[in-house]
Each structure stands twice: as structure tokens, then as C-alpha cells.
Design a protein. Structure first.
Length: 105
């Protein structure tokens, strides 16, 4: 079974914010790598691609079996994508955060 993976408006905005944050962090660094922001977004997209085949392999969040989170490794930490399996063919990404953030629920 293959699922169609969609981004909510909020998740799309999160992706842009994460790119901007990573880029600014590298611009502010004396040894910054301007490719890091692109690599971070690519890591997120690659991780999310996993959901098209195996969304139920991710851990549950709360009481619903359909709301889950995907851990996306990147560097020493990574990202977390909150998503919901809405039917037998669709997954919606609700939010994406850096693993050190805690406000996406």
C-alpha cells in the first residue's frame, strides 16, 4: 500500500522556518557551511518519504493510533515530524520541529 503524503499549511511554513534558521545559524558562524540548510531540508524530505510506505512504523502520539511522529536524524540531533494517517491512502504532516523544540503538540 502506498500513501500520499501532504503538508499542512503550518508544516510547509515550519519547513521554511527551519531552512531560514539553519541558514542564519551558518551565516553567523565563522566556519559556516551555507549548504547545511539545503541538506537539512533534504534530510527532512527524505525522512518524510518513508511515510509513503510505512506510516504505522512510527511511534504513536497520544491516544489515537493515527497520530504519530517521525524522528528524522540530522547531524548530532535532527527533526521530528508530527503527522496523521487520515485514511487508507493519505498522510498529512501537521508540524515539523527541531528535536530540541517541544511546542508542536
Amino acid at each position: 500500500m502506498t500513501y500520499r503524503v501532504l503538508f499542512s499549511k503550518a508544516a510547509a511554513e515550519d519547513l521554511e522556518q527551519l531552512f531560514d534558521f539553519a541558514l542564519q545559524r551558518e551565516l553567523d558562524s565563522a566556519t559556516g557551511d551555507l549548504n547545511i540548510a539545503d541538506k537539512a531540508v533534504q534530510a527532512i524530505k527524505d525522512g518524510i518519504a518513508f511515510l509513503s510506505t510505512s506510516p504505522f512504523a512510527c511511534r504513536k502520539v497520544g491516544a489515537s493510533s493515527f497520530v504519530r511522529e517521525l524522528i528524522i536524524p540530522f547531524g548530532h540531533t535532527g527533526y521530528v515530524a508530527l503527522f496523521e494517517v487520515v485514511d487508507n491512502s493519505t498522510v498529512i504532516i501537521g508540524a515539523i520541529r527541531h528535536q530540541r523544540e517541544d511546542d508542536y503538540h
